[in-house]
Design a binder for this molecule. Sequence first.
Ligand code: SF4
Ligand code: SF4
Ligand code: FES
Length: 559
Amino acid sequence: MPTFKIDGREIPFEKGETVIQAAQRAGIDIPHYCWHPGLSVAANCRMCLIEVAPPPGRPALMLNVLSYDPETGEYVDQQKPKLQPACQQVVSEGMDIRSESSKHVEKARASVQEFLLLNHPVDCPICDQAGECRLQDYWLEHQHQAKRMHDEPVHKPKAQVFGPTIVYDAERCIVCTRCVRFCEEVAQDPVLSVRERGNVNEIVVSPGRQLDNPYTLMTEHVCPVGALTASDFRFKARVWFLRSVRSVCQGCATGCNAFLDYDPRNQTVYRHRPRENAQVNRYWMCDEGMLDYARAHENRLGQAQLGSGKASSETVTVGTALDRAAELLRAADPARVGVLLSAQHSLEDNFALLELAQRTLWSSSGVARRDALSSSRVFATGRPAGEGDKILRHVDKNPNSAGVAALLAPARPQNFAALSAAIDAGAISHVLALGSAIDPGTVAGDSRVASLARLQALIVLGTWEGALSRAAHVVLPASSWAESDGQFMNAQGLVQESEQAVQPLGQSRPAWKLAAALGVRLGAPIPWRTLEELRDALAGRRLGAEPPAKRSLQPGAVT
Ligand code: SF4
Ligand code: SF4
Ligand code: FES
């Protein structure tokens, strides 16, 4: 691999790479605002300037400048090297770059930083970006001197509503155009542009439009300062109180890698941010997924309940609910017990439920595992399909449809319509269900709920309230993806891990633990007690045919 030098350090590079790309890969930080690895190069902020030493025997490229002499009070002619933007400068073999080691670069970065802050309101105490703002960080690293301009700064529009999700503050904007380029190049909706020049320029939305495409929150994410803020997150939390886990978006089958930010003091989840994964989502997420974090707290089932099959009303302990569930299942004809898996739940949860059914119900009726899976006893459901696109969004709005299919392979999962038909035909009298959402499939309107009402027992291990929990005889509260570690297989067949952020709500606990506890009551030999043991058992199963499952738990880079 060819190499070049930054501050005397030998760095390998790939043909066509820019200095900033090669440096970042080598763990060297070159300050930047406008450059983003997923966007085209604008080279307009000039924060990344570097000095390129001339090849041996060649004169340096110099600029004539006027320099102020404080002793004489005169401006004098001088020369300085012509600095280059590292985000645009393509590397060549043997190139000698000076970044931290150049006095000229140090001065240029301080000057650029001072220039960017000339008209800035410095309203950090009320800015949502405070704590993760490049202007703050780079002031400390590269400027660290008080403002020298004492004139009234230029005033520009504040708190402009760009659309349903984004608010713009023109005074904080450094016009790096990341948001403009994102809309044009990634969201494919060139709705933002720059108006005016010099210190009165600002970002504007096209006349007659709002910033309202499916990827608007990414503009806030790429904004390196506090100019674009998300209506959803504005004034809700200070980022230095938040902690992050590596999560997987639950919004659709793409399985975008995300950070889930939460406040450990009040056990509250505040936002989703994209986590870089070149194979899945690159640097991006859609609005649906960014806002999907809210489901960690909304509409939750936190208590065990006993119901009549119409409305679950009596709150009980999890132990009592497990006893009742075991009692109902023991009384059932095993051949008429169905299992409903959920594409909303992790591989571990689905696997545990299948194992439970196999080790207790069906094994006692002599049904072999392969026959059980391929017979009309196992069904799967999830959230109904929605809108997709060619950027990221998948029409399947479940994070683990491929995982459920892989667990059942080579049999194909039957949908909720098939379960409904089996109940109506009297083939299924008891259902052990995971999740709460129902994809009605071909079953129309209320008939799906009517089928559930015909069941002698519906036992639901659910996280959210929904059609299933409302019709259940026993509800066992399962923790959400934000409250437990879990693996999800996305539409590409990639198995990805999502980490626990907050503590389980109320009495809830991971569904795989509930399944294990129910198995013990039913006298099943459950061979796993911990998540690791469960995963070992799961790893023993062949997951999916093509492509082979791969694990992904990437750290995610800061851009
Ligand atoms: S709003 Fe943010 S991303 Fe857009 S140009 Fe201004 S500083 Fe850059
Ligand atoms: S594309 Fe799907 S997985 Fe990605 S952020 Fe959007 S909803 Fe989440
Ligand atoms: S990051 Fe290179 S000019 Fe802005």
